[in-house]
Design a protein around this ligand. Structure first.
Ligand code: ADP
Ligand code: MG
Ligand code: ZN
Length: 424
């Protein structure tokens, strides 16, 4: 059943206050409303949430949204509730809820008041939940951050592998919508295979982020690099930015040094207790701090539109990671400066981190690192290299928005680097 355009626009205005759809949103929503399996590949900030939120609000029954991060569910639910006059239109169900809270969620679901239920994959591993869902009218299942299914993605979650099996237990023919910002061909085919999306409508958006400026700086001594960073931040006074580092200790060290140099900065990593983490994240969101120095534990799903720069103090472990992490800059479409410091020593550090992994994991990791190294050492347009990685051909000769295009180097052939394998 194709939904008349007018009805869709009315719903968009009523539920979200927007006047138009972005990119492929309308086509995607029509696909879901017609009951088809749908696979959405759209860069971060493209507006994936709305693709399942709107059809969920428009369909009879309740949609289940599988989301990997419990910390983000509350945020998502609050956002949906914000547009609605009724608090029970969206809920989440995960291990953080008390018995009484679970009872309330279940009562709202049974009464048919809830249109969106966010669940962790772990929620679906519990038989009692599956039995409960089986009795409900479920409109469709949305699998957000679907790349978590793949070991080639940047955030593999083994429980995601079992989703299809659990979804089938709820009902045989539930439409599935999978969404991800990770489009490398390997990850894509893993998702299709694992969720049996062979017949799905697939929507792939361009990954180009024209407003992001990409730059590689060679990394020298620590003091010098920090001086360089401080200088950059002072030139961008009052603007927000993220600095990514490889390990927890460095986040603290670097944040201390920035503070000593007059920058408002805090550290963020998974070793901090949850309340400190939440507090520092809030400080960043509410601009009480300019810079957050973080491990990759920070950022997934964080919707701060005016992050003006993302600096990588260490080279990331894959180009995919680099794209995702830099993608947090300039989500409002305005300036976003992405600098990556690159040194051979940091490459060795990354390789060293894999020493305890299995042979196949090390092979996989080494390949990903080599691709990042090739990016860093390339004299070609950075944008073209990144887009090529996602299977996209970038035609423009000079993007004007990367260091190689602004200051062309003499063309050098990047030799295939030899994979340095660590002994088992
Ligand atoms: P993604 O999950 O793809 O990274 P989000 O769903 O978080 O992106 O959306 C990113 C931002 O875009 C949000 O602030 C959202 O409110 C906004 N947005 C989504 N759709 C529209 C639209 N049709 N018009 C205007 N803003 C939109
Ligand atoms: Mg999202
Ligand atoms: Zn370029």
């Amino acid at each position: 059943m194709a939904v008349v355009k007018e009805r869709l626009m009315d719903a968009l205005r009523e539920h979200f206050g927007f006047d138009s759809f972005k990119g492929n949103q309308e086509k995607i929503i029509n696909s879901i409303l017609s009951g088809k399996d749908t696979f959405v590949i759209m860069p971060t900030g493209g507006g994936k949430s709305l693709c399942y939120q709107l059809p969920a609000l428009m369909s009879p029954g309740c949609a289940l949204i599988v989301s990997p991060l419990i910390a983000l569910m509350k945020n998502q639910v609050d956002l949906v509730r914000g547009y609605s006059s009724k608090d029970n239109v969206a809920h989440f169900l995960n291990s953080t809820l008390s018995k009484a809270q679970i009872k309330k969620v279940r009562a709202d679901l049974t009464a048919g008041k809830t249109k969106l239920l966010y669940v962790a994959p772990e929620t679906l591993t519990k038989q009692e939940n599956l039995d409960f869902f089986r009795e409900l009218e479920i409109s469709f299942i949305a699998v957000d951050e679907a790349h978590c299914i793949s070991e080639w993605g940047h955030d593999f979650r083994p429980e995601y592998r079992r989703l299809k099996e659990m979804i089938d237990q709820i009902s045989e023919n539930l439409p599935i919508i999978a969404l991800t910002a990770t489009a490398t061909p390997k990850v894509q085919s893993d998702i299709v295979k694992n969720l049996a999306l062979n017949k799905a409508n697939i929507f792939i958006s361009s990954f180009n982020r024209p407003n992001l400026y990409y730059e590689i700086r060679s990394k020298r001594k620590k003091e010098q690099t920090i001086k360089d960073i401080v200088k950059f931040i002072h030139l961008h006074k009052g603007k927000s930015g993220i600095i990514y580092t490889l390990n927890r200790k460095t986040t603290e060290e670097l944040a201390d040094m920035l503070v000593a140099n007059g920058v408002k900065a805090v550290a963020y990593h998974a070793g901090l207790d949850p309340s400190t983490r939440a507090q520092r994240q809030d400080m960043f969101l509410h601009e009480d701090t300019e810079v957050i120095v973080a491990t990759i534990a920070f950022g997934m799903g964080i919707d701060k539109p005016d992050v003006r720069f993302v600096i990588h103090y260490n080279i990331p472990k894959s180009l995919e990671n680099y794209y995702q992490e830099t993608g947090r800059a300039g989500r409002d479409g305005l300036e976003g400066h992405c600098i990556c410091y690159y040194s051979h020593k940091d490459v060795q550090k990354l390789e060293h981190l894999m020493r305890d992994k299995s042979l196949s994991e090390r092979e996989m990791g080494a390949q990903l690192i080599n691709e990042t190294v090739a990016y860093a050492e390339s004299a070609v347009c950075r944008r073209r290299v990144i887009l090529h990685y996602f299977g996209e051909h970038y035609e423009t000769e000079n993007c004007g928005q990367c260091d190689n295009c602004r200051n062309p180097k003499e063309k050098i052939e990047v030799k295939n680097r030899v994979v340095i394998m660590l002994k088992a």
